[in-house]
Design a protein around this ligand. Structure first.
Ligand SMILES: [Zn+2]
Length: 554
């Protein structure tokens, strides 16, 4: 038995229950001491008034840690992220600093020359704004070293599109790909792919190809790298939002190799891809149910399949989000990827099988459909959820709480630095409805904060900073705010990033708060409890299951 007592600190006591509609200015409460024994929290309070703490301090073998005023927060739980993609992206060339096509080309050329042994050149961080004239495979041809022509594959920062060179088209076998509903394969007049694959075409073809060419060791390394990066950021839990066979196999193999514990509480939503028939859609739900039967709270509490995820539309920047009115710049419309008739049977089957349901919906038309379908077919007791909810009408914002729908939100996507195209794409009037978190909370929706990594930075306090100040985390000197009237309070946002995310997948009885009997998952942070000062906060230590798994070397 190991007992550790942390004293002279600020131990955050959330006090914000999911769905309770707190005031944005609700003040925090702190205790001064926390005692953990093995993997559990055994006392929270003050040594002078709590006899358990006084007794623990009196024992000779208790380790006493003087926090010297530092703060302890519950271990963060990322409410929406992509484990395998994050791990793989940590291994890819980052193009995020490029401004033009020429920058992209010279960055890839230098990387290819420096890495002659790589079988393929994988890159991330491309934004459409870097290449306003559009792109094709030819733009990535001829960047390799003399005598080599390896496949080059570039992800957009949001992961909704992939762009490859001519060798990439050949390696993917893309010449033979048929169009899929909700997907775009860019083609020339003769119908040949020109190197860009978006939305469902990317998910259906490119992701599985990448997963299939990555060997088991490479995938296990990716998971390991993602877990290590998450410990360093202050996370002890993650909710994966697009689990598939290749990633799940690697997670299980790594877990096995590490003796059944890979240092992270993982809850996974199985991705159901739009397919040619209802039977194929339902077969994917059945596969998720089969896995949930094997990997659940009773069998493998830290490595579970909890539900299904359906991607209802794309994103505003690529003009693929489903809007009720056409896009402002060109008057075109985009429909949700799934019709209501296609979506309902999938949701009903998941409900029948006892699975949780997560629907990705960004544009107002898709959000309305998602709320309609969940209101009709999903039981609130199973905590259904909608992902992103970027441009909701007031009416739908209010309906979330009414139907017990968790608002799964990623403030890092509300960063003003990446919304520069929105006024042109959807018009200033509609921008006023963007990221209406305040309305979700006031309507009684439970909030779960997530980062959507690797599509956005995964710093939990960076995420809280954007959610509470509505200012930029990516470009902190930028003073623009995005609909400040929709800001969350600091307690509320921290609770949504811990207790709320745990609640979203039924982990709240075990994780997400600093309370007696819960898991000893927490972080030690050097911070001031002020939203404007969150950018200066420093993670010092991350503890998982009563053990320190990461410490800063400052
Ligand atoms: Zn996502």
């Amino acid at each position: 038995m190991t007992t550790t007592a942390f004293i002279n600190g600020r131990i955050f006591l959330s006090g914000v229950k999911p769905g309770t509609n707190p005031s944005p200015t609700s003040p925090p409460t702190f205790a001064s001491a926390l005692v953990i024994k093995d993997s559990l929290i055994t006392a929270v309070g003050s040594p002078s008034s709590d006899p358990t703490i006084a007794a623990a301090l009196a024992l000779p073998d208790t380790t006493v840690v003087d926090l010297a005023g530092k703060t302890i927060l519950p271990g963060f739980v990322d409410g929406h992220m992509h484990l395998m993609l994050l791990g793989q992206s940590l291994q890819k060339l980052d193009l995020g600093a490029c401004k033009t096509l020429a920058d992209i080309q010279s960055t890839i050329r230098a990387y290819a020359a420096a890495n002659p042994a790589l079988p393929r050149i994988l890159c991330r961080g491309w934004m459409h704004s870097m290449t306003p004239g559009g792109v094709s495979a030819a733009d990535l041809d001829g960047l390799d070293v003399e005598g080599m022509d390896r496949p080059v594959l570039v992800d957009t920062k949001d992961l909704h599109s992939a762009w490859c060179n001519t060798a990439g088209i050949a390696a993917l076998g893309a010449e033979k790909w048929a169009d899929v509903p909700g997907g775009i394969i860019a083609r020339d007049e003769a119908g040949r792919p020109t190197g860009v694959f978006s939305e469902a075409a990317n998910i259906t073809y490119v992701w599985p190809w990448l997963a299939s060419v990555a060997g088991m060791e490479e995938r296990m390394d990716a998971v390991r790298a993602a877990v290590a990066a998450y410990h360093a950021a202050g996370y002890t839990g993650m909710v994966d939002m697009a689990m598939d066979e290749g990633a799940w196999e690697a997670v299980l193999a790594l877990r096995e190799q590490m003796g059944g514990d890979f240092g992270m509480r993982l809850s996974a939503y199985w991705l159901v891809k739009p397919s040619a028939s209802e039977a194929e859609n339902l077969a994917q739900v059945d596969r998720a149910a089969e896995l949930a039967g094997l990997y659940n709270s009773a069998t493998t509490p830290d490595c579970r399949v909890v539900g299904i995820k359906v991607i209802g539309d794309g994103i505003i920047d690529a003009c693929t989000a489903g809007l009720s009115e056409p896009y402002s710049h060109d008057g075109t419309g985009t429909n949700p990827i799934w019709t209501r008739e296609e979506l309902e049977p999938v949701v009903r089957r998941a409900e029948e099988k006892g699975l949780q349901i997560a629907l990705h919906a960004i544009g107002d038309a898709t959000i309305k459909m998602a709320v309609d379908v969940l209101a009709e077919c999903a039981s609130p007791a199973r905590r259904p959820r909608i992902e992103h909810i970027e441009l909701a009408s007031k009416e739908d914002a209010d309906r979330l709480g009414k139907f017990g729908i968790t608002a799964s939100i990623q403030p890092v996507h509300a960063d003003p630095a990446i919304l520069r195209a929105w006024p042109r794409l959807i018009g200033k009037h509609r921008c006023k409805r963007a990221f209406a978190y305040r309305e979700f909370a006031d309507g009684g929706a439970p909030l779960a904060l997530g980062s959507d990594a690797p599509t956005a930075p995964h710093s939990p306090l960076g995420n809280v900073y954007v959610g509470t100040t509505r200012r930029s985390y990516r470009e902190p000197e930028m003073t623009t705010t995005v609909n400040e009237n929709f800001a969350l309070g600091l307690c509320e946002a921290v609770a949504a990033a811990t207790e709320g995310a745990a609640y979203s997948c039924f982990e709240d009885g075990r994780l997400g708060r600093l309370a007696v009997g819960l898991k000893a998952d927490f972080v030690v942070v050097d911070m001031h409890w002020e939203k404007e000062k969150l950018m200066e906060a420093r993670m010092k230590e991350t503890w998982f299951d009563g053990k320190r798994v990461w410490a800063s070397d400052e």
